[in-house]
Design a protein. Structure first.
Length: 145
């Protein structure tokens, strides 16, 4: 990939998975936003992906809908035991509140969910491993297929 997403986008992908907000087909997926106000379309052909979410479309990195699809496709391996920690998080609201400071939004999500410090460390380690997998993927991100 030419441009990497902020690591916090993986946590947003976990929420999409935990909340079952992804409908996957053979070459596309529909992903509902965390506040249910938007539907994002993800398409792919081999290792080329596009999506209508802002991160993918405007910033040129794999946004959380693409990352969630990559996890479902087993292209990124994540310990599934951490996914449920992220159910029901309204990332749209948190990201707006923190003016797109994604790390601050993540810290508030950890606090809201009352996740223990040891669990946070384990989650962050697993997420860093997933991020390294994402970095290693030979993906092309485009605006349209």
């Amino acid at each position: 990939m030419q441009k990497l997403p902020p690591i916090e986008k993986l946590y947003e992908a976990y929420s999409a998975l935990a909340d079952n907000r992804i409908v996957l087909s053979e070459t596309s997926a529909e992903v509902t936003s965390s506040d249910s106000s938007k539907q994002y379309k993800v398409k792919w052909n081999d290792t080329t992906y596009c999506s209508t979410d802002n991160g993918t479309y405007w910033q040129g990195y794999a946004g959380y809908p693409v990352i969630a699809v990559l996890i479902l496709q087993s292209k990124i391996d994540v310990d599934k035991s951490i996914i449920e920690y992220f159910a029901g998080i309204n990332w749209n609201s948190l990201n707006k509140k923190h003016k797109r400071d994604y790390h601050a939004a993540l810290l508030e999500a950890f606090a809201e969910k009352q996740i223990a410090k040891d669990d946070i460390e384990r989650i962050e380690t697993i997420t860093q491993q997933a991020y390294e997998q994402l970095k290693a993927l030979d993906l092309t991100i485009v605006r349209r297929l």
